[in-house]
Design a protein around this ligand. Structure first.
Ligand code: NAI
Length: 330
């Protein structure tokens, strides 16, 4: 039986993890889930929000499914998500944003792949308090990581028959850091003569995305812009409840939705499990279980086609009811 690490997270994490495990099980795929908790709840017992056992489990299994983990805002421990990506060198964060059949949105024909650099930029965590009224964060950009993510984006485009890769920066202002990212893109792009290259500033991109998103294909961005733009793109296809993602490195892959732990709806049986389910479907394709992946995807689409939705999509089903509806459609 395949063993896969399951980081079931906190907030709505355990509810949506349970739903997805149930759906995969109902599809007939037996997975030995190696359940690993992380985050605030384990600090008291283990002294850290990201114990070594979690990393070891992913190192052993090579693949993980991860639900969101809360990060205290403005204080407290460093994000478990950022630490995990760094520790396992999961340098590419892929966030596909494509219209889902029967999920109503403002635009049709959205099909964007957000490729976000996952290890550096302002998320490197190099911050210092200069005095009580001044704080400083360092935006770290290296040629190595920038070329690596740009190459990943071009390779993704090649393998998936995509026509264009567009680099997103603010290199007019941050001439050295974003300038280096842009220069890396230009260097790597020479290896891909058959793919169209485009360059855009992040502020213009945001405006264009909300007016005419179908003009974009593959976007490659430094970490912070990638994080913000992928939530914007999630909004184009129905919101965070349906936005999937994956963190990929050369050795390991961790599949997780774009959204966070949604503390506002924690424990209310209201969370939409679709984003985690779509992430799990991609994970199944990644491990070669394509038949099960398509079987589950079909059941999910059939559920939407029957007009069944959770509250975030304008429906009235609870997490449990929506999960059972998908299971009935398998
Ligand atoms: P959030 O993504 O948790 O929630 C934003 C809004 O979207 C909320 O109104 C929430 O109810 C709604 N939402 C999110 N997922 C949903 C779902 N599956 N179904 C229905 N509604 C959903 O973002 P927020 O509130 O900014 O962050 C909460 C916590 O999550 C923070 O501690 C943050 O650090 C953490 N976070 C963790 C991530 C991860 O583990 N990868 C990613 C993003 C945030």
């Amino acid at each position: 039986m395949t063993q896969i690490t399951l980081i079931n997270g906190d907030g709505i994490g355990p509810e949506i993890s349970q739903a997805v495990v149930k759906i995969i099980d109902a599809a007939g795929l037996k997975i030995d889930w190696d359940i690993q908790s992380a985050g605030a709840d384990v600090i008291e017992k283990e002294g850290t929000p990201l114990p070594e056992r979690v990393l070891d489990s992913v190192r052993n299994n090579k693949v993980a499914l991860k639900a969101p983990v809360t990060t205290p805002i403005g204080k407290g421990f460093r994000s478990v998500n950022v630490q995990l990506r760094k520790a396992l060198n999961l340098y590419a964060n892929i966030r596909p944003c494509k219209n889902i059949p029967n999920v109503k949105t403002k635009f049709d024909n959205v099909d964007i792949i957000v490729v976000r650099e996952n290890t550096e930029d302002l998320y490197a965590g190099i911050e210092k308090q200069i005095d009580s009224d001044t704080a400083e964060s360092i935006k770290l950009i290296t040629r190595n990581a920038s070329e690596r993510i740009c190459r990943f984006a071009f390779e993704y485009a090649l393998k998936n028959n995509r026509k264009e890769v567009c680099v997103v920066t603010k290199a007019n202002i941050m001439k050295l850091s974003d300038g280096l990212f842009l220069e890396s893109f230009r260097n790597v792009s020479k290896e891909y003569p058959n793919i169209i290259k485009r360059e855009i500033l992040v502020d213009n991109l945001c405006m264009q995305l909300v007016q005419n998103p179908s003009q974009f294909d593959v976007l490659v961005l430094p970490n912070l812009y990638g994080d913000i733009v992928s939530d914007l793109c999630a909004g184009l296809i129905g919101g965070l409840g349906v936005a999937q993602g994956a963190n990929i490195g050369d050795e390991y892959a961790v599949f997780e939705p774009v959204h966070g732990s949604a503390p506002d709806i924690k424990g209310l049986n209201k969370a939409n499990p679709t984003a985690l389910l779509l992430s799990a479907i991609e994970m199944l394709k990644y491990i070669g279980e394509d038949d099960f992946a398509y079987k589950i995807e079909k059941a999910l689409y059939k559920t939407f086609a029957s007009g069944l939705y959770t509250c975030d999509l304008g429906g009235n089903l609870s997490t449990t009811e929506f999960t059972n509806a998908i299971i009935n459609n398998i």
